[in-house]
Design a protein around this ligand. Structure first.
Ligand SMILES: [Zn+2]
Length: 584
């Protein structure tokens, strides 16, 4: 009689979950309903080990209910979801909850049980918070870039969103979690296991089966973003690990065809600056008066069709600053950096930055900059913040701290127009008002123009000054009320400014290169070609590293629109809807 009851319950749970998911998704996948069958079986079996079955059910329903709240986000956010995604995740959640309840109920000591519960609760709640938090701030399903930003490079981006956009909704989420915890507290302590030998055999079986189901369903639409974020981290961790090898093998055996022309070269990396918000590129507001005034000078070249290779700093700069780009099949771990190359060619290298030095030994940008002969960081914060001690203008003062030589590369990394825009410029630069974020963003662009103007004024006084190259790591989706989250990709996020300010001496000594550069001012370009172009400008050519088709100073530069890509090769520049309107 009892057995018959179990089978009835099993069949009921399997059939009803299959019908509900199939109807809701208007689709059916027999293969994936196997997961639902196993999950149902595990629930039927697991309830048998407890003295009070209802405590188990209460815990199960509450925890599964919270887990399934991710379906709400998934349905509200753009993008498709399939019936097998739903089935797989349901089984994954059941296995996860079952294992957690087994662990807790096997602990006898009340104190230890409480500690373990808190730990398991954190593991359970954190992903839900990330998913809901990301939805409230970005209106998208969470992706690997968001997780990487939060976990690795920049937890403060998440904090910024919390501060700027979430407000009351956060309170509701926390209230929900607190209510759930209070509701579960009593049931948790009633999870008492029947003390019988037969029961322990069943427990062992349940542990094994739940783990098997958890592993089999581990690749589901919720964990997928975390898996991707891990893959991304690993590829750059590899870059860091291989550093020694690069220094020893690649650089020592580097054979230079040309080892560079003496002089002071400056590479300025802008931050989140979109060219469609710069008057020099035709924007209605006068955001770049200095660039407007010099852009038609003989010694200034403004490139009108430059794009970023990705829409965030963490992805874009490793390609910008190393020999790796979207068009070669080099592995990132084998790619030498711009700093490595300049040093190997006998240049002194300086890194002057207002960006946070990310605590990570695992951050590739820090690894690249740490190779510099001299580092000046005016931002004393490390790791989890976007706060700065100074506006970018302080970088101009710190130019005096550089030990100058007649053969050097100075890299200057601005804070530019990064969120929160209003904290990027002094009050005197509040030129535009009203329109909220938009004006704040434009003011930050206006201030960056002033900062670069001052850098140029100061460095062009040096007799060895040869030229300054300015570009931005990526753009910003500001017109569409977006920042630069890849989940909401629009081409505005990869519209970047790119220009060169050359000295009369450089123009005189490199007539052919200057002629090529000028003839290419309207060619297409992505900033992962900065590496080869800077090598070209400095006159460094090394065997097996230098790619003339990616160097704007070379006769062999390939400017065909058809080849240009962004977002790590997943999107074509030729698909940019802004092309017809003519962004140049
Ligand atoms: Zn950036």
């Amino acid at each position: 009689m009892k057995k018959y009851c179990d089978i009835k319950l099993l069949v009921f749970m399997y059939i009803s979950s299959t019908i509900i998911t199939s109807l809701a998704m208007k689709n059916f996948s027999l293969k994936h309903t196997t997961f639902l069958l196993v999950a149902s079986l595990l629930i039927v079996l697991q309830r048998k080990i407890y003295v009070y079955k209802n405590s188990y059910y209460r815990m199960l329903i509450a925890l599964l209910g919270a887990s399934f709240s991710v379906f709400i986000v998934r349905f509200l956010a753009p993008g498709q979801i399939k019936v097998w995604d739903v089935d797989t995740f349901i089984a994954f959640a059941v296995a996860g909850v079952n294992i957690s309840l087994l662990i807790v109920s096997l602990i006898n000591s009340k104190c230890v049980r409480n500690i373990v519960t808190v730990l398991l609760g954190a593991v359970f709640v954190l992903p839900l918070l990330l998913i809901w938090g990301n939805y409230f701030s970005e209106h998208t399903w969470i992706n690997a870039d968001a997780i990487s930003a939060i976990l690795q490079t920049n937890p403060s981006e998440a904090m910024d969103y919390l501060r700027d956009r979430m407000e009351l909704k956060v309170a509701f989420v926390f209230a929900g979690i607190a209510a759930l915890a209070a509701f579960l507290y009593k049931s948790l302590h009633q999870l008492e296991i029947k003390k019988a030998k037969k029961n322990y055999i069943l427990i062992v079986l349940l542990i094994v089966l739940n783990i098997v189901l958890l592993v089999r369903t581990n690749d589901n639409f919720v964990t997928w973003a975390a898996h991707e974020a891990r893959d991304y981290q690993e590829s750059y961790a590899e870059y860091v690990r291989a550093k020694q090898e690069r220094n020893e093998n690649v650089l020592k055996n580097m054979s230079f065809i040309e080892s560079g022309n003496k002089g002071i070269y400056v590479l300025v990396i802008g931050e989140s600056e979109a060219r469609n918000h710069m008057s020099a590129y035709g924007y209605g507001r006068e955001t770049t008066p200095w660039l407007d005034s010099v852009k038609n000078q003989e010694n200034v070249i403004l490139f009108s069709n430059a794009y970023a290779c990705y829409c965030d700093t963490g992805h874009a700069l490793p390609y910008v600053l190393t020999a790796k780009n979207q068009y070669n099949d080099m592995e990132i771990k084998e790619a030498v950096s711009i700093v490595d190359m300049a040093k190997a060619a006998g240049f002194k290298t300086v890194w002057l930055s207002n960006q946070v030095r990310f605590s990570g030994w695992d951050n590739p940008i820090t690894i690249i900059s740490d190779e510099s002969d001299q580092q000046i960081r005016i931002n004393t914060h490390i790791g989890n913040t976007l706060d700065t001690d100074y506006y970018d203008g302080e970088l101009v003062n710190r130019l005096d701290d550089i030990d100058y030589s007649d053969k050097m590369l100075i890299v200057i990394h601005l804070m530019g127009s990064h969120l929160s825009y209003h904290s990027r410029y002094p009050v005197e630069f509040e030129k535009f008002t009203g329109e909220g974020y938009l004006s704040e963003y434009d003011n930050s662009v206006y201030y960056t123009d002033y900062v670069v103007n001052n850098i140029v004024d100061k460095l062009s006084q040096k007799k060895d000054f040869k030229g300054l190259i300015y570009f931005s790591d990526h753009g910003e989706g500001i017109d569409k009320d977006l920042s630069h989250n890849s989940a909401n990709f629009v081409y505005d996020m990869v519209y970047i400014p790119f220009y060169m300010y050359l000295s009369p001496r450089y123009m005189e000594e490199n007539k052919e290169a200057v002629r090529m550069l000028k003839s290419r001012a309207n060619d297409y370009f992505t900033n992962d070609l900065i590496f080869n172009t800077v090598m070209g400008v400095m006159g460094i050519k090394a065997e097996s590293v230098y790619e003339p088709e990616n160097d704007l100073t070379s006769q062999d530069y390939d400017g065909n629109l058809g080849r240009f890509l962004t977002m790590y090769g997943t999107k074509k520049i030729s698909d940019d809807p802004g092309l017809e309107k003519g962004t140049d």
